[in-house]
Design a protein around this ligand. Structure first.
Ligand code: ADP
Ligand code: C5P
Ligand code: MG
Length: 211
């Protein structure tokens, strides 16, 4: 297998990164594509108490196990399988189980900070930034975190004002400059997603023609 094409999808929380990644994934045969979520590479915090875990700043680059993410990206690039960690948002730590990810022609890496670290950025063949206004992002996040991540309205609002917003402005927003493509609104931007899917399909056909 030739080296995979790695597509990075960055953007603020609630911008629609995971949804865009899923749309691209759903458009291709399963054996062509794998999705790696940076969220799964939050550091393991099982040695800390729950009270200590909720104090962590999850919107700072140091919250991520970037060394492990880099190691896994390099392995996939060399045609080796990885055991991807699984993150538990309700407990703020990694689960014990992992999931096996086989090497694929297309690797989609999505997460708030994937364009921050030069070593990761330099591995990406296509860099996308999903750009959605902050008011829309916080509304989406409130709904999602209450429904899917075990949060209360007050906890989402406090975390957003005190941590997520300032960290977004400091770390996430400035990485927009590195993007090749900016997708407004995220998940349901059909035109942008269809263009991406056409491009990715063309890459897969070309790669399979080479085999
Ligand atoms: P991210 O991974 O960037 O935080 P998600 O893809 O999880 O964002 O999207 C956040 C929430 O908003 C999800 O519940 C998702 O279904 C919803 N969503 C995503 N894109 C759109 C969109 N364009 N319009 C409305 N809701 C959206
Ligand atoms: O999918 P999304 O981009 O929203 O995921 C990143 C967000 O997850 C960060 O903004 C961070 O605040 C949040 N997070 C959290 N609790 C954790 C880990 C991450 O609220 N334990
Ligand atoms: Mg997400």
């Amino acid at each position: 297998m030739s080296r995979p094409i790695i597509i990075g999808i960055a953007g603020g929380t609630g911008s629609g990164k995971s949804t865009v990644a899923q749309e691209i994934y759903n458009s291709l045969p399963e054996e062509s594509i794998a999705v790696i979520e940076q969220d799964n590479y939050y550091k393991d915090q099982s040695h800390l108490s729950f009270e200590e875990r909720i104090k962590t700043n999850y919107d700072h680059p140091d919250a991520f196990d970037t060394a492990l993410l880099l190691e896994h990206l390099k392995k996939l690039s060399m045609g080796e399988a990885i055991d991807k960690p699984i993150y538990d948002f309700s407990n703020h730590t990694r689960k014990k189980e992992t999931v096996r990810v086989e090497p694929r022609d297309i690797i989609v890496l999505e997460g708030i900070m994937i364009l921050v670290e030069p070593e990761i950025r330099n591995m990406l063949d296509i860099k996308i930034f999903v750009d959605t206004d902050a008011d829309v992002r916080i509304i989406r996040r409130i709904k999602r975190d209450i429904k899917e991540r075990g949060r209360t309205l007050d906890s989402v609002i406090d975390q957003y004002i005190n941590v997520v917003r300032p960290m977004h402005l400091q770390f996430v927003e400035p990485t927009k400059r590195y993007a090749d493509i900016i997708i407004p609104e995220g998940g349901y931007n059909k035109v942008a997603i269809d263009i991406m899917i056409a491009k990715v399909n063309e890459i897969v056909r070309r790669k399979q023609g080479l085999k």
